[in-house]
Design a protein around this ligand. Structure first.
Ligand code: FES
Length: 68
């Protein structure tokens, strides 16, 4: 789904940014440009980032587990 119409950014790109470490709409904007036009999509970008937080946290934890 196209989330940011100004910068033509899809939701999967925003999820990828969150998984790569973006923790807010502003950080996503710096990574891919979403939300840096009119700003109308920023609440949705923020929501997508929040929705990815559990998966990001789980990935961080699993990467901290030493290999057996
Ligand atoms: S729709 Fe995303 S900045 Fe305008």
């Amino acid at each position: 789904m196209l989330v940011c119409h100004c910068k033509r950014v899809h939701c999967r790109v925003i999820r990828d940014c969150a998984r790569a470490g973006a923790g807010s709409a502003d950080e996503v904007g710096r990574m891919c440009g979403a939300g840096t036009g009119c700003g109308g999509c920023k609440p949705l970008v923020e929501k997508l980032v929040e929705r990815e937080a559990p998966a990001v946290e789980m990935a961080k934890r699993s990467s901290m587990v030493p290999a057996a």
